[in-house]
Design a protein around this ligand. Structure first.
Ligand code: GLA
Length: 801
């Protein structure tokens, strides 16, 4: 898996190879990262090494002993500033003498087991998440580099996860001198390519419209994807891709990079004057600086990278396996996630025990397993203006406390969960009145708020310890099975009064944002270890902190506050490039939707939420009996199929047609296949009907071509109300649309939905696809017609017998 031969380092995973070599000058020349090469000999490496015979153009020659080395045009594992490399550096330092040139040269290498990341330290160290390995097989390569002149050591780490083709890179800088150093930037990974044929794929958005995939071709200059919100952010996710221009789902070279970090991040791709591409990623240097005292060290978060020559699907599958096996941990790692009902969109802040128990009662009647009480249960919280920080039960709303309502919910056969937002404080709270210095604010400057709240200074260890204890009291005050950990604003006026009070505090404010994230990790780490059975769900106004760092603590994250299925289909598909469905939490909500006012069928809301860790977030108490029966059947279906969805292989199958096509309806389809390929669930979504395009095809992926599958759909009967006054084409008497008569007929007469059934081979399903029952197209309607209007969806099941 890791081989060192002379100065050559070969990192092998099942399907990939990563190579670099130490040059005579001490620099590390990157040779290759791509599909597996098998055994690599010194001769092979020699063929990959760039041949240098003379100094090129007006470049900088490294030194007189290595006159042909020009760092500007070399593929490097790590680079600094000032010795000729003009590209994005990996490391930037300011030394005590004011100089900023760095030159890190090879000293030694070590190959070891992964360190014990869970080893308990003295509690003072900064907590960072790490990818872990339960089998004990993963190895770490450490490359030790020494600055050419200054007493500084830099260690580069390469953790190899052979089974899922991932290498995690990170670095640690040691100040071995007796003067402080300022770290202006220290990234996590750097990857140099000899050519420039790549597109950088980023996932951009905002609140309620997260994860829109955008391809940024990089032929010259630089593309940057980053966040300065204090969180990993919905503006630009820290999962990014680099792929060949013509890469598709199944073909082409595709690299994926996850930064295991939940704060300000930075990913850059740059093509230099010699047509070489550099990719680098790490903590955003734009909002960061760190005063490194003599004897101290600074470690960067991990960047997990993978590559596949089988297109986006290949890359996604490797990363899904990695997140499931080496990121998500604890009791819930492999445990099917419960179907929940969340109170938020049903009641918002207007909750009390009576109302909540009515909701819980309905939830239990339809087979839901977990009832979640969202915001509004503590302090004086009747709106978003007050009480964050006061984590004490509001006795007016919950007279018997958390324990009281929890017992009553448990008695209905449901688990009980709560919402918290422990990183925040309202100025209208007892916590703020006692500890105004615990909130982030700059003395003498009016603080700009977000959602009427301020951020607690988690750079202050005392604040972190206090919140850990408060949360411990809350979580142990009842039989709490689930916690939704929210974080609802982005940073402004960043300043730590705590750091200001420390030695050289005025020079250390650039540390605040990173120290905050490490404080958050300490909270999350301690609490998830103290409460190993609680299912934690991350949330930050939806997907404002959806990253592999948070997933090291919380096994699932609320993907977006937007619960509209049409928006959600795009959002969830965006996440699916880097994240497995088990970590994407998705709810069926009311219609018209609360974020878009779009009206969509209940079955479509289910079909999209089903492709994730599913729950409900709507007022089941007010729901019509018929809809409740549908919900009951949905819950049953989801329970039957959730292992395939949460832990199987997910494929984005195809998008047939574009919106502007005049002769096709654009369709989106997905499929999840169980690991043994015996069961699969497919989904087909219609966003916008194009008239008279009644033939559609459902094609599968990932099945066994040799197996025979029973293919059938989830049958959806249609309300005749949806046909408006078309009822008069079949009714024996005239029915006025929307009249009482129309509604009475609708109560007793459903239009039967189409039923697909085929016994068919995996090969046919994957290569040809099923020609589905003809879709409605202006005339004719019976059970042999697929009624597939705007926003319709179908679920298809495939079972090998
Ligand atoms: C955020 C979350 C919502 C809900 C509210 C409660 O917006 O994303 O799901 O929990 O906070 O205030």
């Amino acid at each position: 898996m890791i081989k060192q031969e002379e100065n050559l380092f070969c990192l092998h995973t099942t399907n990939t190879t990563y190579l670099f070599q130490v040059l005579a000058s001490g620099h590390l020349e990157h040779l290759y990262y791509g599909s597996a090469l098998g055994e690599v000999s010194m001769e092979d490496a020699d063929a990959l090494l760039e041949k240098r015979a003379f100094e090129a153009g007006n470049t900088i020659c490294y030194d007189s002993a290595h006159k042909t080395i020009t760092l500007e045009d070399l593929r490097l594992e790590v680079s600094g500033r000032g010795k000729g490399d003009l590209r994005e550096p990996f490391v930037e330092l300011t030394f005590a003498d004011g100089s900023q040139t760095t030159d890190f040269l090879f000293m030694e290498a070590r190959i070891e087991k992964l360190p014990d990341f869970d080893a308990v330290g003295d509690g003072q160290e900064l907590v960072l998440p790490h990818a872990y390995d339960e089998t004990g097989e993963a190895k770490r390569l450490t490359i030790v580099l020494k600055e050419a002149v200054q007493p500084v050591r830099l260690e580069l780490y390469y953790d190899i996860f052979v089974d899922c083709d991932v290498i995690c890179r990170s670095a640690k800088l040691f100040n071995e001198g007796d003067a402080p150093i300022v770290i202006e930037r220290l990234l996590s990974t750097q990857l140099d390519f000899s050519d420039s044929r790549y597109v950088m794929g980023g996932f951009f958005g905002a609140w309620a419209r997260e994860m829109n995939r955008v391809g940024l071709p990089i032929r010259a200059g630089k593309q940057v994807i980053s966040s300065v919100t204090g969180s990993s952010s919905n503006r630009a996710n820290p999962f990014v891709m680099l792929f060949e221009e013509d890469a598709t789902e199944k073909n082409g070279l595709c690299y994926g990079f996850h930064l295991l970090y939940s704060g300000n991040h930075y990913e850059a791709a740059e093509v230099n004057a010699y047509g070489k591409t550099r990719f680098c990623a790490g903590i955003n240097p734009d909002s960061f600086s760190w005063l490194l005292q003599p004897g101290d060290a600074f470690e960067t978060p991990q960047s997990a990278m993978t590559v596949s020559d089988q297109g986006f699907a290949g890359m996604s599958h490797q990363l899904h396996a990695f997140i499931r096996e080496h990121i998500v941990r604890g009791t819930w790692k492999k445990k099917p996630r419960p179907v929940l009902l969340n109170s938020w969109e049903a009641a918002y802040f207007d909750i009390d025990e009576k109302k909540l128990l009515k909701l819980a009662q309905k939830a239990s009647e339809v087979g839901i397993e977990l009832f979640v009480m969202d915001d509004g249960w503590f302090g004086n919280r009747n709106n978003d203006q007050s009480s964050l920080g006061d984590w004490f039960v509001n006795k007016k709303k919950l007279p018997d406390g958390l324990d009281g309502i929890c017992k009553k919910v448990n008695a209905l056969g449901l688990d009980f969960g709560i919402w918290v937002e422990p990183e925040m404080v309202n100025t209208d709270s007892d916590l703020y009145r006692v500890h105004p210095d615990w909130a982030m604010e700059i003395p003498g400057r009016t603080h700009s708020e977000g959602r009427n709240q301020r951020i607690l200074d988690l750079a202050n260890p005392e604040v972190v310890s206090h919140m850990i204890e408060r949360m411990t009291e809350v979580f142990s005050s009842a039989n709490i099975a689930y916690v939704k950990w929210d974080m609802n604003r982005i940073f402004s006026d960043v300043y730590s009064l705590y750091l200001a009070g420390c030695k050289e505090g005025q020079n250390r404010q650039g540390e605040t944002a990173h120290r905050y994230i490490c404080g958050l990790y300490r909270m999350a780490d301690t609490l998830t270890k103290r409460f190993p059975n609680i299912l934690f769900e991350g949330c930050a106004a939806g997907g404002n902190r959806f990253d592999a760092g948070m997933l090291c603590y919380f096994p699932q994250i609320w993907a977006s506050d937007n619960t509209d299925p049409i928006s959600r289909a795009r959002i969830q598909e965006g996440y699916s490039y880097g994240y497995p469905l088990s970590v994407i939490s998705a709810h069926v909500s009311g219609s018209p939707n609360h974020q878009t006012l779009r009206t969509t069928p209940l079955d479509t809301r289910f079909a999209i939420a089903m492709f994730g860790s599913m729950g409900y977030e709507c007022n089941l108490v007010d729901m019509k009996q018929r809809d409740l029966e549908i919900v009951k059947e949905q819950v049953e279906q989801y329970k039957k199929w959730r292992e395939v969805i949460q832990f199987g292989d997910f494929y984005r199958v195809n998008h047939q047609g574009k919106t502007e096509d005049h002769n096709r309806s654009p369709l989106r389809s997905w499929i999840c296949v169980s690991k043994d390929k015996k069961r699969a669930v497919g989904m087909l979504l219609q966003e916008m009907v194009t008239a008279n395009t009644q033939y559609a095809n459902f094609r599968a992926e990932g099945l066994d071509p040799e197996k025979t599958y029973h293919f059938y759909n989830r049958k959806i009967d249609q309300s005749i109300l949806q046909f408006g006054d078309l009822i008069n084409t079949v009714a024996p008497f005239h029915v006025r649309q929307d009249s009482l008569t129309h509604h009475v007929i609708a109560r007793f007469q459903q239009m039967p939905g189409e039923q697909e059934y085929h016994r068919v081979s995996g090969a046919v399903l994957m290569k040809a696809g099923i020609s589905l029952i003809q879709g409605f197209s202006g005339t004719g309607y019976d059970e042999n017609v697929r009624y597939f209007q705007d926003y319709s969806a179908r679920i298809y099941y495939m079972e090998a017998r």
